[in-house]
Design a protein around this ligand. Structure first.
Ligand SMILES: Nc1ncnc2c1ncn2[C@@H]1O[C@H](COP(=O)(O)OP(=O)(O)OP(=O)(O)O)[C@@H](O)[C@H]1O
Ligand SMILES: [Mg+2]
Length: 248
């Protein structure tokens, strides 16, 4: 569905003559209706790759194509196909807006009448398992987990084919994190979409992600089927990650 081919993003640093290879020669394929986990430590290039995929940044080299539409370059596809949810919901939510206006903003921008947009917002709240009581609340009146659900509902309003979730559970406690994973899993099934799930933790993806790629210093160290990688890791880095899980 989405093909990332030999994509690099190099930044020229403010320190003269130095460059950071945030993403370096990365290739991967995202299939339809699958959850793809991208794992890596802080600074490994995960968010940069997410922003390249969403089109917020342009690669230094390489190409990202949308196979569903016959190799259309990613920059030419309608904006709604891919939606990004950030790690910090406060970054993407206006604190002075009510939840119903936050969720229905993308619909209003695509010329939905207000009443219709609100009733759609209520449906979307239900999809992320929040009651209609949330419609009139402000972000400050919602918990971190609830805010992430609202951010997901907002992304779903555009019926994306691909949802990119960049560390959306990092700030949540394990129970709420697990509920969020269950929600994403059920959305994958009910909406038939694909999810690129970005995390620094390898221990949450078993039984959740179909495929996984492990990234370090901008380079994919290993990629493949989740079950196989967890049971039979090939790269030294993945082995070390798994060992650190079992001994902590
Ligand atoms: N605009 C920029 N200019 C220069 N360097 C950058 C820029 N954005 C990111 N970098 C560098 O690129 C590398 C990858 O950053 P990125 O944010 O993609 O990592 P990450 O894997 O998302 O980390 P985290 O888990 O902390 O979110 C880092 O070394 C970072 O310092
Ligand atoms: Mg990041």
């Amino acid at each position: 569905m989405l093909r990332v081919e030999k994509v690099s993003k190099h930044y020229a640093n403010s320190v003269k003559g130095q460059i950071t290879k945030a993403v370096d020669d990365v290739s991967l394929t995202l299939r339809q209706n699958e959850i793809f986990a991208l794992i890596g430590e802080s600074g490994s290039g995960k968010s940069t790759l997410a922003e390249l995929i969403v089109g917020l940044q342009q690669p230094t080299s390489g190409s990202i194509t949308w196979a569903e539409h016959l190799q259309v370059p990613i920059t030419d596809r309608p904006a709604s196909f891919i939606q990004l949810v950030f790690q910090n919901p406060d970054r993407s939510m206006n604190p002075y807006w009510r939840v119903k206006d936050i969720i229905s903003e993308p619909l209003r921008l695509s010329k939905y009448p207000k009443k219709k947009a609100y009733s759609k917002a209520e449906e979307l709240l239900e999809k992320v398992m929040l009651s209609a009581d949330f419609m009139d609340r402000y972000p400050a009146e919602c918990s971190g987990g609830q805010k992430q659900r609202i951010a997901v509902a907002r992304a779903l309003s555009m019926s994306p084919s691909l949802l990119v979730a960049d560390e959306i559970t990092s700030a949540l406690d394990p129970t709420i994190e697990n509920e969020m994973l269950q929600l994403l899993l059920s959305l994958k099934r009910s909406e038939g979409m694909s999810i690129l799930y970005i995390t620094h933790r390898l221990d949450t993806i078993s039984g959740f992600a179909d495929h996984v790629a492990v990234m370090k210093n901008g380079v994919i160290q290993e990629a493949g089927d989740t079950k196989t990688m967890l049971s039979d890791p090939k790269s030294d880095y993945t082995k070390a990650l798994l060992r650190s899980l079992y001994y902590t």
